[in-house]
Design a binder for this molecule. Structure first.
Ligand code: NAD
Ligand code: ZN
Ligand code: ZN
Length: 344
């Protein structure tokens, strides 16, 4: 079968590999669609040894069951499914609570991150990672598993702060950010302020339900402050889907006292959280910062339910799997609106 593999640091290639067979407890899927996540670019850019090579990438997967390994019950061939990408140990304190994204035993990773993923004609996954899609379009469904799930989890963490009348700043309206805006719009009554460097992304944010849009740049903080009011008021929650120095600087200057900084992006910027009474303090007092990771299986079921009810819909740009290198090039250039989805 054809697969898109990370064959060496920085090198993505289409290769011919044997079709895998499902082992005990596993399912073989004919891949239907795979979302191209910005994290795949971070994986591509990582130094030697950070990720296994060769490895088939792709961690936003939907497909159709075409084979079941020994001992798998409750699933049938032909069923349309989405894949929950994290494989926790299932036994630690975190896993027992359903927080496999905080597993205390298995290092951070997942299907398409630390083992072969979905950018291939077929993929083998543990059957207990599957969620039924029913009638949902698999191309729509693939991005739900990360671009939908990760913001849903990040918003869930902040649910208490996202009360009617509060304000949420969303930075980076790409694959994850445009889903975040929709999830905020359909599950809260907060004022949504979207920030991006790209005009097209800001137009997308408006369509997804943002109340205000602000172009990232030297006047962004001032413009956001005009909307939220001056310190110590501000944004009750900031969701940063970029997390480079520039966006983190914006985030800490617009967050309110007692606000929540939620750092989803893996941009590698720094945020100083030093407590000080100097004026102005780097981050307001009573502020929390959290670095969420992906989400839980239960949350993915809720994301799929939202989509099933027509309340959440990824803006997708489809590419043939053979065009993967071009699709990732466009993603790196900031030339994808919503989510790029690869179809074998
Ligand atoms: P994307 O490329 O689809 O979107 C990024 C968006 O940010 C684009 O719209 C871009 O124009 C905008 N942007 C870039 N620089 C900016 C700046 N300086 N100011 C404002 N906007 C800017 O990326 P994505 O797939 O949505 O992923 C976003 C980030 O989240 C990546 O770093 C990715 O690795 C990370 N991620 C984290 C998790 C997690 O569990 N924590 C999960 C998935 C993705
Ligand atoms: Zn991802
Ligand atoms: Zn565990």
């Amino acid at each position: 079968m054809r697969a898109i593999q990370l064959t060496a640091p920085g090198t993505l290639e289409q290769v011919e590999v044997p079709t895998p067979a499902p082992g005990p407890g596993e399912a073989l899927l004919a891949t239907a669609a795979v979302g191209a996540c910005h994290s795949d670019l971070h994986i591509l850019d990582a130094p030697a040894g950070a990720y296994p090579t060769p490895m088939t990438i792709g961690h936003e997967i939907s497909g159709r069951i075409v084979g079941l390994g020994a001992g798998v019950t409750g699933w049938s061939e032909g069923e349309s499914v989405a894949v929950y990408g994290i494989i926790g140990c299932g036994r630690c304190r975190a896993c027992l609570r359903g927080w496999e994204n905080q597993c205390r035993t298995v290092p951070i990773g997942g299907i398409g991150i630390s083992r072969d993923g979905g950018l291939a004609e077929y993929v083998v996954v543990p059957a207990d990672r599957l969620l039924p899609l029913g009638e949902l379009d698999p191309v729509q469904a693939a991005p739900l598993t990360d671009a939908g799930l990760t913001p849903y989890h990040a918003i869930g963490i902040n649910r208490d702060a996202l009360r009617p009348g509060t304000c949420c700043v969303v930075i980076g309206i790409g694959g994850l950010g445009h889903m975040a805006v929709q999830i905020l719009a359909v599950t809260t009554a907060v004022t949504i302020i979207a920030v991006d460097t790209s005009d097209a992304a800001l137009r997308l944010a408006k369509r997804m339900g943002a109340h205000h849009t602000v172009a990232a740049g030297p006047t962004a903080v001032e413009q956001i402050r005009e909307l939220t009011g001056p310190a110590p008021d501000g944004a009750d929650v900031v969701l940063d889907f970029v997390c480079v120095d520039a966006t983190l600087a914006t985030a800490r200057q617009v967050v309110s006292t007692g606000g929540q900084l939620t750092l989803v992006g893996l941009g590698g910027g720094s945020l100083c959280l030093a407590a000080t009474v100097a004026h102005p303090p780097p981050v307001p007092m009573e502020t929390n910062a959290i670095i969420p990771f992906w989400g839980t299986r239960a949350e993915l079921a809720e994301v799929i339910a939202l989509a099933g009810q027509g309340l959440l819909r990824a803006e997708v740009q489809t590419f043939a799997m053979a065009e993967a290198v071009r699709a990732y090039g466009q993603l790196r250039a900031g030339d994808v609106h919503g989510r790029a989805v690869l179809v074998p």
